[in-house]
Design a protein around this ligand. Sequence first.
Ligand code: CP
Length: 292
Amino acid sequence: MPKNLISIQDFSKEEILHILSVAREFEAAREQDFLRGKVVACLFFEPSTRTRLSFEAAVSRLGAQVIGFPDNRNTSQSKGETLEDTIRIISNYVDLIVMRHPMAGAADIAASVAGVPVVNAGDGANQHPTQTLLDLYAIEKTQGTLENLHINMVGDLRYGRTVHSLSQAMHFFHPTFTFTAPEELRMPRKYLDFLDEFGIPYTQTERLEDHLNDCDILYMTRVQGERFPDRDSYEKVKDVYTLSARGRNFHRCRYHPVCLLLPAGGRRHVCAYGDYRLSFGLPVKNTIFEKY
Ligand code: CP
């Protein structure tokens, strides 16, 4: 296993399958304390509900202590301390750093100066590898396999870091992709090039209705307003796709799982979601279906 988890590409197929296997064991027997005596830092420079609290819950349940912060306003960064210095200092206190940051590449910078392993809990629009592990866990659980699935990724494919990590992880498992996004939010060229390199088939469309019926997983993402250069360009696309319990489109996808990446954003019309939280082997929830 690699020392750090910065990108999902740090893992081989065998390592991913091993982690999923360990996660299944944890789901069967949650009470384990093999991290007793360790201290883990959860450093969140950007807002989070699920990732931060699930890491903290997992670390606590495994017997370790958690230190850290949910935002960096009360750290010495407000007095000019650099990211590198913050990480160097905290490395002296802990055995592992879990970190979220709004800047793409921040986790890589942290890993380059940290004296302890670093886990990327999301860096800007770049990667979200731990979310991908739990997405894989949820997909395998609902489909019975990771192999030969048609995954329709919908929404903000440009800024959505979970989409980037998951598409790269799935390349091991012979997927077919549909990328459903408006022109402004299309999948970045570098991820399409990656799929081309491995001969993974994909189509791109702007129409949500094109592949509601014929995919195995509908992977709905929030439009990431916080990453847009200006408010007007966000307003133009913010509600571009919705699945509504009362809408005409939902009945077309009720026979396969809808994986709504939370947080769901402003509109609460989406009526079905899968919420798994793996976080170092602790799946917290199974698929939930709710109506709003
Ligand atoms: N999916 C996810 O990363 O959620 P949070 O932003 O709440 O951590």
